[in-house]
Design a protein around this ligand. Structure first.
Ligand code: R5P
Length: 294
């Protein structure tokens, strides 16, 4: 059970998600104010008692400032009296650069994991991009819990697209896609993906189960090139009605248009990143994770 001394904290822009998580976990939720200095530096301010066990719900994105404010907030919560500080970050940025693909590159996943592990006692996140390691704890050096969005996605598919083929764009997603399809009681297919550059992706599907509609499921949509390529590949296999579900709705400029041009009808996302496509709430899964182990 979540300790009575626990309290949820959030930056103003994350209030909606934080309140949902807090309400589900039966905890109070307090806002962290941000003071902006004339030179642009920022200082998060903890105005109320943080609770012995402070939980920071933070929608991280790929912006450095957002990550830096998060580290400062952890320090502020400790100095205000928290003994244990948990970060609930539904999306963990920088996880995809998980090896040196070409000489001269950093391993961003390690750097960010190290920073978070030093600042927090526990990190809870949803579907981090762990293609080359088995557990989040291998890169985030504290109690690190990675939650799968599969049950929430499967539930949505079952309710709204019962007989759709659940399609994943690449081999790395195979077990995740198969688990979603199993829970949604439908068939699945996994493509073969080649990325030529940031915005050029090719996807191919071998023979598919006979279905008139498909739903492509992926963990992240950034440029939208992967989803668009997967949609085009499914259409060449004779499937005309295609929707997509993505966990982390990054959607860089032009991404939605790119996906639509590939013939996708509905674009749906989980609410790990606030976006107009949010239709699947992961707050219940986050609250359950908090209650399990604090
Ligand atoms: C890659 O392995 C991920 O699972 C996503 O497919 C990828 O990050 C999506 O990026 P984009 O939308 O830029 O193709």
């Amino acid at each position: 059970m979540t300790s009575r001394a626990a309290r949820v904290h959030c930056f103003p822009r994350d209030a909606r998600l934080a309140r949902r998580v807090a309400a589900r976990a039966g905890l109070a939720c307090a806002k962290i104010r941000v003071h902006r200095f004339p030179d642009g530096e920022s200082m998060p301010l903890v105005a109320s008692a943080p609770g012995k066990n402070a939980i920071l719900v933070r929608a991280l994105d790929g912006q450095g400032a957002n990550l830096f404010d998060t580290l400062l907030a952890a320090d502020a919560l400790r100095r205000a009296g928290a003994r244990r500080v948990t970060l609930v970050a539904p999306y963990l940025p920088y996880m995809r650069q998980d090896k040196v693909f070409r000489p001269g590159e950093p391993i961003s996943q390690r750097v960010i994991g190290d920073l978070l592990g030093r600042s927090f006692d526990r990190v809870i996140t949803v579907e981090p991009h762990l293609h080359r390691i088995a557990r989040l704890g291998e890169v985030v050096a504290c109690q690190a819990d990675s939650i799968t969005a599969a049950p929430a996605i499967a539930e949505w598919v079952k309710r709204n697209r019962r007989d759709s083929l659940v399609a994943g764009p690449d081999a790395e997603s195979r077990s995740w896609i198969e688990s979603i399809a199993r829970q949604a009681d439908t068939a699945s297919a996994v493509g073969v993906k080649h990325r030529d550059s940031d915005r050029r992706v090719r996807v191919r599907f071998a023979a598919l189960a006979r279905r008139s509609r498909a739903i492509i499921v992926d963990d992240i949509a950034s440029s939208g090139a992967t989803l668009a390529a997967a949609a085009r590949a499914l259409r060449t296999r004779g499937i005309a009605a295609i929707d997509v579900i993505v966990v982390h709705a990054i959607f860089a400029p032009g991404a939605i248009a790119r996906i639509r041009r590939a013939g996708v009808r509905r674009i749906i996302s989980c609410d790990t990143i606030r976006h107009p496509t949010n239709a699947i709430s992961i707050a219940p899964l986050l609250a359950a994770a908090l209650e399990r182990k604090t």
